[in-house]
Design a protein around this ligand. Structure first.
Ligand code: DX5
Ligand code: ZN
Length: 222
């Protein structure tokens, strides 16, 4: 399916790949270079093998930037923490369907907190399961690697999964955002955009090397 010309493409750099010794400076740099979202990966060591960071980081960086905070919760029991992340300044909160007790209720809860609601599925989760949520979600995140670590390789089967979700959304008449996350580079970004994704997460491809150039090179493909 062809990319929808009216849909806005957005870059969401993942700070998991940033240098935490100079995190504030690097966030300022991605925003200045044109990125509109900031992807914040919260990992609990249970839903995924690794532990990343949590509330204190969000609270600190909220003070230095107005960029949209796109929080990706890779945690069990996400319903326990959405309120806190909203209060700390999250603009959009994405949970994993595989981790949620009641996804419908959680979407409502996130909306009632004044945030956009996103839902994510891991690479092995059949895409069909998202259909019933698409009309009430603001964003669907199709993981393009197994969640848990930055710097992995894009799983090629993801392209068809993105296409299928966009097709489902079109059938339902909803123009929700479709986010992709994992292994996205300037070389393959066109592939995911053409498949129907429009919110592009990139960690290593933004923060390794020259950040400003990386942001501009990826966004040049939008
Ligand atoms: C992986 C995280 C990603 C990660 C992407 O579980 O959800 O957001 O930071 O990193 P790259 O772009 O390096 O694959
Ligand atoms: Zn992520």
């Amino acid at each position: 399916m062809a990319e929808n010309a009216n849909r806005k493409n957005i870059l969401s750099p993942s700070i998991l790949a940033a240098d935490f010794a100079v995190l504030g400076e690097q966030i300022t740099e991605v925003a200045k270079a044109g990125a509109e979202y900031l992807h914040i990966d919260v990992m609990d060591g249970v839903f995924v093998p690794s532990i990343s960071f949590g509330m204190p980081i969000v609270e600190s960086i909220r003070k230095i930037t107005n960029i949209i905070f796109d929080v990706h919760l890779m945690i069990v029991g996400p319903e326990r923490y959405v309120k806190q992340f909203a209060q700390l300044g999250a603009d959009s909160i994405t949970f994993h369907l595989e981790a949620a007790e009641d996804a419908d209720e959680l979407i409502d809860q996130i909306h009632s907190l004044g945030c956009k609601a996103g839902m994510s599925i891991k690479p092995q989760t059949p895409v069909e399961v998202v259909r019933k949520y698409l009309t009430k979600l603001d964003m669907l995140l199709v993981m393009t690697v197994e969640p848990g670590f930055g710097g992995q390789k894009y799983i090629p089967e993801s392209t068809e999964r993105i296409r299928l979700v966009r097709q489902m959304a079109d059938e339902l008449g909803t123009d929700l955002d479709i986010q992709v996350d994992g292994g996205i580079t300037r070389e393959n970004v066109k592939v995911v955009l053409d498949a129907g994704a429009n919110v592009i997460v990139a960690g290593s491809a933004v923060f390794k090397g020259n950040i400003t150039e990386n942001v501009k090179n990826i966004m040049a493909q939008f």
